[in-house]
Design a binder for this molecule. Structure first.
Ligand code: BDR
Ligand code: CA
Length: 313
């Protein structure tokens, strides 16, 4: 089977960084056509810089990185330095990137890529707010039917919210864009907090990264060391949840995840519950299912996959 063609849309973020490393370490299964940066965890100038730092860390400077939207479609930007640190990639000390940003705007890259590939051959992998994808769908509705699948990290049902009591960060930052995506009719796979809060980097798991002994292994261990202080303090959990790598792990080993095909709608009106993913987990409505909403993962299998793949870089 040939590698699946994907665009990674991202706001790195330590967990985004690990997701990108996993994809770049897996060329047999994943062909990264480009990385599109979006404002989210930190402002756009930093997310696009961090994306390039990560490609160089992976030893893949040929990876193309595009800069996208610097603010949500209809709201002010909310960032998350309190989780990711001032640079978004606090933890390891990594050199400034040499790779240049591509000239084309990320939204136009997404549109052109979908238009020039056969229908159903390109998958979108959003790891941050859905601004670039929502904007592309609004600007060029003809591309919607060309998307093979969207596999994204965002939302929550049982875990409810991490940025407000009702909403997960990626959806909360740009609910309008999320609404466009969830109403698009494209097949969607969602990795919500319900799954990612089970993907915890415990001490032995982080030691496994560090023990790889390579630049990548040590950097990943240092990233999660930094990232986990927030979750340990806030939730009393055993370690940092590796949210975004669930997306790229799914492309390699989908059988690690289980969930339900259900209807998911986005709250865009109420300030109190803005960005909530209203997920019909119990099928209490007759609304048409529009997303495979994951609920569980084989965490040991997930971390074995990560350690094995990161050791290839
Ligand atoms: C999501 O928000 C960001 O802080 C992480 O990178 C992840 O994509 C988790 O809510
Ligand atoms: Ca992210």
């Amino acid at each position: 089977m040939s590698a699946r063609k994907i665009i990674i849309d991202t706001d790195p973020g330590q967990d985004d960084a690990v997701a990108i490393l996993l994809a770049l370490a897996s060329p047999e299964e994943i062909d990264v056509l480009g990385i599109t940066a979006v404002a989210g965890n930190v402002p756009l100038a930093l997310t696009s810089k961090n994306a390039r730092i990560v490609c160089e860390l992976a030893g893949k400077p040929e990876t193309k990185v595009y800069e996208g939207c610097d603010r949500p479609m209809g709201r002010e930007l909310v960032t998350a330095e309190h989780v990711h640190g001032k640079t978004g990639l606090n933890g390891p000390v990594l050199p400034d990137p040499v790779i240049q940003i591509e000239d084309q705007h990320a939204v136009d890259f997404i549109i052109d890529t979908l238009r020039t590939h056969e229908t159903g051959t390109v998958t979108l992998c959003p790891l941050g707010p859905l601004t670039n994808i929502g904007t592309a769908f609004e600007k060029a509705p003809d591309i919607i039917e060309k998307v093979q699948e969207i596999v994204l990290m965002g939302g929550a049902y049982f875990e409810v919210g991490n940025i407000t009591p009702a909403a997960e960060f990626n959806i909360y930052v740009d609910p309008q864009a999320a609404d466009i995506v969830f109403k698009s009719g494209v097949p969607i796979v969602v990795m919500p907090l319900d799954v990612t809060h089970k993907a915890l980097v415990t001490t032995p798991r982080n030691d496994a990264f560090r023990n790889i002994g390579s630049k990548v292994g040590v950097a990943v261990a240092e990233m999660t060391d930094f990232f986990e202080r927030f979750d340990k303090e806030k939730y009393g959990s055993d370690g940092a949840p590796l949210h975004d790598p669930c997306v790229t792990a799914y492309l390699i080993q989908p059988e690690l995840f289980s969930g339900r095909h259900i209807n998911v709608e986005i709250e865009t009106q109420s300030e109190l519950t803005m960005g909530m993913t209203v997920a019909d987990w119990w099928h209490v409505t007759d609304r048409k299912p529009n997303a495979m909403f994951m609920g569980d993962l084989d965490a040991d299998g997930f971390f074995s996959l990560l350690a094995e793949r990161l050791s290839r870089l």
